[in-house]
Design a protein around this ligand. Structure first.
Ligand code: NDP
Ligand code: GDR
Length: 360
């Protein structure tokens, strides 16, 4: 039977890497995109080149459809037309801090959106032919009840985003149990890449480093420098999404590196990659990152980035994924991840500069 995948959130970081992986594996890949007033397909442009111009790339093309997680009839129609054998539900308002500003929309997209998708599959009678992957998150653990967190650790969500994702987690599990569907959760810890959205802390840091190094930005303002995260590489993580759906039983899995670092550590390493040694002075909102060689303050704390309720630390235990899926999360180390991101942003900033100069 030919494999047909439908990816919601295909224009996002993970969606773009997953689309590449599934095309390589010979899948027919469909993706849902939202109408927007400016282009939102930058991460996947290379996967849907106009077939009239690039006929030879035909087999590497994704098929894009307009849709939205808030529109059930749209989801039903698309699933009926595409008849996917696998659905990867990656679409979400995925920014934790933004979810405090748009809690209802976040609940609608991330929580009820998941229900709409599951219900569409059930309504169409596709329970036995369509497997569903739900993008669950380490944010479910929130105020952590045990360290490290595994599939059995209790949840304590700390943001409207996490609460919405909690609904997504349980409704997926409920449909699995109630209707015998292959509907599963990947509980993924933070994963980053050169395609990470620019307002998530890692990418915000690596972009700032590149801009500061080239004289285009003076300072980087951050929030909670003490927050600790288990950061992995997105490319490794999308492979795991696929492995979870290929496993012979529908089960939920934690995907993490098993290593935890502070925002401060990430920042120090990122500047170091660009040849800048930082020294930290002060504490709390007075903390500053100072360039050792020039004495210039390059990093400051801005309380506007503090969250009403913070998740202080997350550390995942990926033992189950390692043992049952044979997954190896150490392909890209923390240091390597920071290096990849800084290098890519330095390249991007240099390219922007060349383009700007060509207009001078
Ligand atoms: P991104 O924010 O990069 O991408 C989110 C995607 O969802 C985008 O394609 C976006 O479209 C789409 N989207 C948002 N709202 C809607 C909507 N109402 N209807 C349809 N599509 C919508 O997220 P990531 O790629 O980083 O993450 C993928 C998924 O995994 C998300 O569900 C996220 O919550 C979850 N997750 C991510 C982790 C991480 O560390 N990256 C860790 C654990 C879970 P557009 O481009 O138009 O905005
Ligand atoms: P997170 O990622 O909330 O873990 O959610 P983010 O990178 O936004 O924050 C990580 C930690 O860094 C602290 N922080 C800052 N965060 C941002 N964005 N900007 C800042 O200036 C800043 N300064 C400090 C935060 O307070 C936090 O503690 C991500 C998303 O991808 C979710 O969709 C996903 O579910 C989780 O990871 C796992």
């Amino acid at each position: 039977m030919s494999k047909v995948a439908l990816i919601t959130g295909i224009t996002g970081q993970d969606g773009s890497y997953l689309a590449e992986l599934l095309l390589e594996k010979g899948y027919e890949v469909h993706g849902i995109i939202r109408r927007s007033s400016s282009f939102n397909t930058g991460r996947i442009e290379h996967l849907y080149i106009d077939e009239l111009i690039q006929d030879m790339h035909k087999e590497r093309k994704v098929k894009l459809h307009y849709g939205d997680m808030t529109d059930s009839t749209n989801l039903i129609r698309l699933i009926r037309e595409i008849e996917p054998t696998e659905i990867y539900n990656l679409a979400a308002q995925s920014h934790v801090q933004v979810s405090f500003e748009v809690p209802e929309y976040t609940a609608d997209t991330d929580g009820i959106g998941t229900l709409r998708l599951l219900e569409a599959v059930r309504f169409l009678g596709f329970e036995k032919k369509t497997k569903i992957y739900q993008a669950s998150t380490s944010e479910l653990y929130g105020k952590v009840q045990e360290v490290p967190q595994s599939e059995t650790t209790p949840f304590y969500p700390r943001s409207p985003y996490a609460v919405a994702k909690m609904y997504g987690f349980w409704i997926t599990k409920n449909y699995r149990e109630a209707y015998d569907m292959f509907a599963v959760n990947g509980i993924l810890f933070n994963h980053e890449s050169e395609r990470r959205g620019e307002t998530f802390v890692t990418r915000k840091i690596t972009l700032a480093v590149a801009r500061i190094k080239s004289g285009k930005q003076k300072k980087l303002y951050l929030g909670n420098m003490d927050a600790k995260r288990d950061w992995g590489y997105a490319k490794d993580y999308v492979e795991c999404m696929w492995l979870i759906l290929q496993y012979d039983k529908p089960e939920d899995f934690v995907i993490a590196t098993g290593e935890m670092h502070t925002v401060r550590e990430f920042t120090t390493l990122a500047f170091k990659e660009a040849g800048i040694e930082l020294e930290w002075q002060g504490t709390g909102i007075d903390e500053k990152g100072v360039d050792k060689s020039t004495g210039k303050v390059l990093v400051e704390v801005d309380p506007k980035y503090f969250r009403p309720t913070e998740v202080e630390q997350l550390l995942g235990d990926p033992t189950k994924a390692k043992e049952k899926l044979g997954w190896n999360p150490t392909n890209t180390s923390f240091k390597e991840l920071v290096k990849i991101m800084v290098k890519s942003d330095m390249k991007m900033v240099a390219k922007e500069e060349r383009i700007r100069k060509s207009f001078d």
